[in-house]
Design a protein around this ligand. Structure first.
Ligand SMILES: *Cc1c(COP(=O)(O)O)cnc(C)c1O
Length: 407
């Protein structure tokens, strides 16, 4: 019967292509980040240093966040008890949404189960309302959640070359003048480590009458004087119609959100299935997110440390001629360019050096651009960074493991 072989064969294909995903079993220990216990496939436990976490600021272990969560469990219990519409909306949802609207200086905000669901729900809903003639202009490297949202809206899409203003303008110029338009893009591209030319994209949006939708998932908490993202840092928040973010990365928890005008946010609240037909986030997560967002509106220590560490890492890689993708952001990708090779290197790092970096393979990135994506968080020490640089340059010289690397 087909089911005896179909799925097994599919897995065999994935394995042959070197993109079979094995999840590292970790145990994060409170107060010890970026150290964690790693449970090896052989059943051993050892301490490793994590070099690929999105908990950029260590907020996942910040005492301010932990005590807010503990307090919320004691006061409000475990679950929200329903969907947002049917008894699930807590006062904490409203408080958190107010805090987010303030963060991005917008009328309204809406919280979702994750950043993925936020993008999918907001884009599909907004584009559908813009009508069958709407056209969305989408960066070629936009996240899967944005692609999914655009796809389920059913509207026409034009993909412009990554961060390429000329290509974007060419497509805008070719589109019918009267068609409702949206430009959907990210600020920090997490697999490239580069940052979009937000101001120039907004200029094009003005020129061609397009809405702007910006995913600041890898930037909220980390950029801007109050953690409002790259648009805040560059003084451009008022030029973006919808800013989308997550609590899953620099804020150290989980959950996603959008902010925008009252009408747009109300439309999404009223129509997005991924918002409506699911249980609301629990009080502990809401309280933790609120504490994290509020803390990072004033505290600069975590941001400063993370950016300093990223700079130190880049300088060290540079000094050792290790070719990394030179973006402006805190993310440092090292392209290996081959799935099997990438896995070999990261296995070596884990087995011999107690350094955990997950290989990034297709479909997260295109085939032939497999990479290691390094994140120096606020919690890494100068010693951690020096060690990482030394290990990488040793591997590079001795094992010639980067023979596939495209500089
Ligand atoms: C991680 C990510 C998301 C999804 O956010 P989650 O909260 O993890 O679901 C959305 N957009 C981008 C660019 C991301 O990297």
């Amino acid at each position: 019967m087909f089911k005896d072989t179909l799925f097994q064969n599919h897995i065999e294909t994935i394995k042959q292509e070197g993109r079979y995903r094995s999840f590292a079993r970790l145990e994060r220990r409170c107060g010890d980040f970026p150290r964690a216990h790693y449970y090896t496939p052989g059943g051993d436990v050892k301490e490793v240093t994590i070099w690929c976490s999105n908990d950029y600021l260590g907020m996942g272990q910040n005492p301010v966040v932990l005590s807010a969560m503990q307090g919320a469990i004691e006061k409000f219990g475990a679950g929200a008890g329903g969907t947002r519409n049917i008894s699930g909306t807590q006062k904490l949802h409203a408080d958190l949404e107010d805090s987010l609207a303030d963060l991005h200086q917008k009328d309204s905000a809406l919280v979702f189960s994750s950043g993925y669901v936020a993008n999918e729900g907001a884009l599909s809903t907004i584009l559908k309302i813009m009508g069958p003639d709407a056209i969305v202009f989408s960066d070629a490297l936009n996240h899967a959640s944005m692609i999914h949202g655009v796809k389920s809206s059913g509207v026409n899409k034009r993909i412009y070359a990554h961060n390429d203003l000329d290509d974007l303008e060419r497509l805008l110029r070719e589109a019918p003048t009267n068609a409702p338009k949206m430009i959907a893009f990210e600020s920090v591209y997490s697999m490239e480590g580069d940052i979009a030319p937000i101001e120039e994209i907004c200029d094009l949006a003005d020129k061609y009458g397009a809405m702007t939708y910006l995913d600041e998932v890898h930037a909220v908490g980390l950029y801007g004087p109050r953690g409002g993202g790259v648009a805040e840092q560059r003084g451009l928040m008022d030029r973006i119609d919808v800013i989308e973010g997550t609590f899953g990365k620099a804020y150290g928890l989980m959950g996603g959100f959008i902010t925008g005008s009252r009408a747009v946010v109300d439309c999404v609240r009223s129509s997005a299935p991924g918002f409506i037909f699911t249980t609301a986030l629990p009080p502990a997560v809401l309280a933790g997110a609120l504490a994290s967002v509020e803390h990072l509106k004033t505290s600069q220590i975590e941001r400063t440390r993370a950016h300093t560490n990223a700079k130190t890492l880049k300088a060290g890689l540079e000094a050792n001629d290790l070719p990394y993708l030179q973006g402006e952001s805190h993310i440092v990708p090292l392209i290996v360019g081959d799935a099997v090779c990438c896995k070999t290197v990261t296995d070596l790092l884990l087995d011999q050096y107690d350094i955990y970096v997950q290989p990034i393979n297709y479909p997260t990135v295109p085939r032939g651009t497999e990479r290691m994506r390094l994140t120096a968080t606020a919690a890494h020490t100068k010693k951690d960074i020096d060690h990482m640089i030394n290990v990488l340059s040793d591997l590079y010289e001795e094992h010639r493991v980067f023979q596939f690397m495209q500089a």
